[in-house]
Write a protein that binds this ligand. Structure first.
Ligand SMILES: *Cc1c(COP(=O)(O)O)cnc(C)c1O
Length: 414
């Protein structure tokens, strides 16, 4: 396939002119999606291994979610959480039904970052402590409170002391001794991702997750798992924690939970929930009937269509195929389920750009050296084969390209 010389879309110019400018925008305008395929406004199809950063797990525009949103939109879209609502109750039942036993109460919000903020506040009121232990290479979101948990300096440094992380201790992901030393009787919670996504797709070892459970229990701190990216079948189980046989005291959720509609949640034990004073936290849009209807449809589709099983099988297949690529550029292929990273010996950006421009395959970075694959779980075997063949071709061609197809720095992920 050659680089298309399509007309530059007027929509692209408008976005570039009027958007805040914080995003490294690609020169395409996406207008439609179905399953694991998205189309731009020139009619070109792409295999989507970004899936909205791991949102479209059940595929773009899943028909059940579309129907649920259409129906609910004509009925009731907003209702504050002080006023109970049938769809919200239905969603809470669905969600608690799939959560690990013990997590039985839910704070509803609208994004992953908000779920992290809620996790911090609930951990503080549950323990009467204010210190947190977070992971190097971890990612927790972009608000000032969530940023304080984020180790990577490039996200924090532009904001100086406004990001107050003097209450946060960072430990090396996987290092049990460091973790043990960091957790004290001042620690409210240890917060970690079962698989670090943004940090380069690193699955935790079972020893580390189990040690985190034991150490927090000994010290009276909470264990909070950030399952914002790993949750909802992405790793081959409904939640990644199931791979480790560990139940946390709290879990942050968002991304795929409502099949593409904005949503977030902090799920927790009754003990944690009961210690937050009435009025201690809240949000206007959280638990709105529109997201709730989408969430009910999405979780049911995950169960009915065996999405966890599918992610396990297709993830194994994609990982095997990627491992079979004979390229000196590849350092390591790793992941869990359909959350896969290929670490290169060189920057990944030229290859991500080439995949998009030359092959019609969307992927994303995770640290500058990793190509990340987060396709919808509905991706077909044929599509997986096409993705692997395309990746092989761009690796063989190398990083030097036509000026037009040259790299725009593509570090922007979440
Ligand atoms: C995406 C992500 C977040 C932030 O979620 P937003 O919805 O972008 O605010 C936090 N933690 C992890 C692990 C994520 O992948």
């Amino acid at each position: 396939m050659t680089t298309s010389t399509h007309n530059r879309s007027k929509w692209l110019d408008v976005e570039l002119r009027l958007d805040s400018g914080v995003y490294n925008k690609h020169e395409v305008v996406m207008v439609r999606g179905q399953g694991a395929t998205v189309w731009d406004d020139q009619g070109r199809a792409y295999i989507d291994c970004v899936a909205g950063y791991g949102v479209a797990n059940i595929g773009h525009s899943h028909p059940d979610v579309v129907r649920a949103v259409q129906e609910q939109a004509g009925k009731l879209m907003v209702m504050p959480q002080t006023l109970p609502n049938d769809k919200r109750a239905e969603f809470l039942g669905e969600l608690v039904g799939v959560l690990p036993v013990g997590l039985e109460r839910v704070f509803l919000c609208n994004s992953g970052t908000e779920a992290m903020e809620a996790a911090k506040k609930f951990a503080i009121t549950a323990t009467g402590r204010q210190r947190f232990v977070s992971m190097r290479r971890g990612f927790s979101g972009r608000s000032l409170g969530a940023l304080a948990l984020t180790w990577e300096p490039k996200y924090r440094e532009p904001f100086g002391d406004a990001v107050d992380n003097k209450n946060v201790d960072f430990v090396t992901y996987g290092n049990v001794e460091e973790l043990r030393a960091a957790v004290t009787d001042q620690t409210a919670a240890v917060i970690l991702e079962p698989v670090q996504g943004e940090g380069g797709v690193h699955p935790a070892t079972p020893e580390f997750i189990r040690a985190a459970r034991e150490i927090t229990r000994e010290k009276g701190a909470l264990l909070i798992l950030d399952e914002i990216q790993t949750g909802f079948c992405r790793t081959g189980k409904m939640f990644a924690s199931e791979h480790y046989g560990v139940t946390p005291d709290g879990m942050t959720l968002a991304k795929a939970m409502a099949g593409g509609v904005p949503i977030g949640a902090f799920a927790m034990t009754a003990e944690v929930a009961d210690r937050m004073p009435k009025g201690g936290h809240g949000t206007t849009f959280g638990g709105n009937p529109l997201s709730m209807a989408a969430g009910v449809a999405a979780i049911r589709a995950m169960k009915n269509e065996g999405m966890a099983e599918q992610a396990r099988e297709k993830g194994t297949y994609l990982m095997e195929r990627l491992r079979a690529i004979r390229s000196p550029r590849i350092k390591e292929v790793r992941g869990l389920g359909l959350m896969i990273g290929v670490e290169l010996h060189e920057p990944s950006a030229p290859y991500i750009t080439a995949l998009e421009h030359e092959e019609g395959v969307l992927t994303l970075a995770a640290t500058p050296m990793v190509v990340r694959f987060l396709p919808p779980i509905t991706i077909t075997r044929e599509q997986i084969d096409a993705v692997v063949a395309a990746f092989e071709r761009v690796l063989a061609a190398g990083p030097d390209r036509e000026p037009e197809a040259m790299v725009r720095e593509d570090k922007q992920t979440e």
